[in-house]
Ligand binder design. Structure first.
Ligand code: DHB
Length: 310
């Protein structure tokens, strides 16, 4: 048995699999269910300051090669999120990372101030949702100066409330230079990163009606097709910043997760796999990692992080 335990920003995770934001992550009972199915950690769906209505249905499509979604980040707001988080924290079965989202920098700060008072394990700042651009303009994750400002303001607000609470930034692949964005966030005090958010947006067309399948017309692409891009960008950001990373994008198997860690990820985000392999994909992926480690003489997963010979 290899040691799958991993420390991320000073917090211990029983294994590197982490529920990605936006997937099953709205209520305490679903977070507990995910933990019971073997997840090393949980990321909540992105929390807005006040209630935010998402896009009309259909919001998601699944194919053998990719998924595409345009939920429009529906959420009940920070007050309701705090209630659910407090229920989960009563018997926290796995570390909890709370994803936050806002239209303006001040909004990110206000939510972070509310969330940082709770006994959570990290705040993930979602500056990279591709589906609310029409409401709020270019995502902060696509402009280095914006990414830097939001990081700086959130980090300084959180530091005043809980200096030990890591602030990690969710990066977008939809930018010309993700390393420049990551470096700007690192300079502004980011403790780590989660990448990649969904790719695109993309378009899928119904051949009968010739209209786009998603009600929002376009959506963010996830699933197996985006994994090689995620692995490459995780490695780019790892080499540039050396900060801890939650590597996310198309991981379905233990071997995919190991590949992400060799690229530089400390934890591995699991999203689409829930659809492809079922809710117990966390346990399956961790077991597959364990088997590979046993066969290959790896005693602890910490040995493999960033070991790609590129
Ligand atoms: C949505 C949000 C995201 O951050 C993303 O990558 C894809 C979709 C959404 O809720 O629409």
């Amino acid at each position: 048995m290899a040691d799958l335990k991993i420390k991320f920003c000073g917090k211990e995770f029983l294994n590197p699999t982490v529920l990605a934001s936006g997937v099953l992550g709205v209520t305490a009972s679903s977070w507990k269910n995910v933990a019971q199915n073997g997840a090393g950690g949980i990321t909540t769906k992105s929390v807005w300051f006040s209630e935010h209505h998402g896009h009309p249905s259909p919001t998601i499509i699944t194919t053998p090669h990719y998924m595409m979604n345009a939920m429009g980040l529906p959420d009940a707001g920070v007050e309701k999120a705090r209630d659910e988080i407090n229920v989960y924290l009563k018997a926290k079965p796995a570390p909890l990372i709370v994803s936050i989202v806002g239209g303006k920098i001040e909004e990110f700060v206000k939510i972070a101030e509310q969330i940082a008072q709770l006994d959570i394990d990290a705040i993930e700042v979602n500056i990279s949702c591709p589906n609310v651009e029409s409401e709020f303009g270019t995502p902060f994750a696509c402009v280095a100066a914006d990414a830097k400002t939001v990081t700086k303001k959130v980090k300084s607000a959180v530091k005043k409330i809980n200096p030990n609470l890591p602030v990690i930034i969710k990066l977008s692949p939809n930018t010309e230079d993700i390393v420049n964005i990551a470096n700007s966030c690192a300079e502004a005090g980011a403790d780590g990163f989660c990448l990649i958010n969904t790719l695109g947006p993309g378009l899928a067309i119904n051949l009968e009606t010739r209209i786009p399948i998603l009600a929002n017309k376009v959506g963010g692409i996830s699933g197996p097709a985006i994994k090689p891009l995620a692995v490459k960008l995780v490695n780019d950001v790892y080499r540039a910043t050396k900060l801890p990373i939650i590597g996310t994008g198309g991981v379905l198997t233990g071997e995919d997760a190991l590949e992400m860690m060799m690229a530089g990820a400390t934890l591995v985000g699991i999203g689409s796999a829930v659809y492809y392999r079922g809710i117990d994909c966390f346990r399956k992926i961790a077991n597959e990692m364990n088997e590979w480690c046993d066969k290959n003489g790896v005693k602890s997963l910490t040995e493999i992080i960033g070991t790609v010979k590129r």
